[in-house]
Design a protein around this ligand. Structure first.
Ligand SMILES: C[S@@+](CC[C@H](N)C(=O)[O-])C[C@H]1O[C@@H](n2cnc3c(N)ncnc32)[C@H](O)[C@@H]1O
Length: 237
């Protein structure tokens, strides 16, 4: 499996804008801490610990899975990061010891799995790791296809003096490559995925929708929402 978060990306990952500020992270951690309660949490794609470290500081034991040794090395080098246990592997298939009250996958990371099979496998893997009463949270963008005129493939999502971000859509295959031009080009392939399809994947994995919001602050999810925060649980739990 290709690792798009090698040393070059990991070195500057934490400098990457507003997602790393307390204004963004605190509502995320509030939301997750409430669902975790007195249980443990599993972060899929833990990265450098942007969310895991503040969640662990709230008293939630967090275990992380990530493919990238370089990202996890950054996590371990941080104050409070060394205490977070991690497993290097593919979060669609990697098993870790124990069960969890909460599993979560934030910042569009479900889209890093670039096939439907892998996304379904991820839901099934999470389901195996959840306690009987347990929650799976995904934060992911709504595909920006309303901004794509017929015949066009490219949607610029951020253009300023220091960053040009262009999403390249492949609507035949539900594919998306995010091109980031800064001082160098970084292009990451994704598979975009709709809320209804995620609900179906959850159903395949024995889970059902618990709640869906437009953001971590529980603002409503509407037809104008650019992203969603969705929570699935086991039916009847
Ligand atoms: C956008 S970063 C998010 C990191 C962290 N969750 C955050 O919110 O800052 C995506 C992370 O997922 C990891 N990743 C992507 N695909 C993966 C996979 N199939 N299995 C494990 N980790 C993966 C990358 O190495 C990277 O650390």
């Amino acid at each position: 499996m290709d690792d798009y978060f090698g040393e070059d990306v990991a070195a500057s990952y934490d400098d990457d804008g507003p997602m790393f500020t307390g204004e963004f992270v605190t509502p995320t951690v509030d939301f997750l801490a409430e669902l975790a309660g007195d249980g443990a949490a599993l972060e899929l794609g833990i990265g450098t610990g942007r969310v895991a470290i503040p969640l662990a500081r709230r008293g939630v034991p967090v275990h992380g899975i990530d493919l990238s040794e370089a990202m996890v090395a950054r996590l371990r080098a941080k104050p409070d990061g060394a205490g977070i246990s991690t497993t290097i592997g593919d979060f669609a298939t990697t098993r870790v010891d124990g069960t969890f009250r909460l599993a979560y996958l934030v910042f569009n990371t479900i889209m890093n799995l670039t096939t439907q099979d892998a996304q379904v496998a991820c839901f099934e893997n999470v389901s195996r790791h959840l306690e009987r009463v347990g929650y799976f949270v995904i934060e992911v963008m709504i595909p920006d296809l309303r901004r794509l005129p017929p015949g066009e493939r490219y949607v610029p999502f951020e253009v300023n003096a220091t960053h040009v971000g262009i999403d390249e859509y492949d609507v035949a295959n539900q594919g998306l490559i995010s091109h980031h031009y800064t001082t160098r080009l970084n292009s990451v392939p994704f598979r975009y995925v709709w809320p209804a399809e995620l609900d179906l994947m959850a159903r395949i994995a024995g889970l059902t929708l618990h709640e869906r919001w437009g953001d971590w602050d529980r603002s409503p999810f509407t037809r104008e929402s650019r992203k969603h925060v969705s929570v699935w649980h086991r039916p009847g739990s």
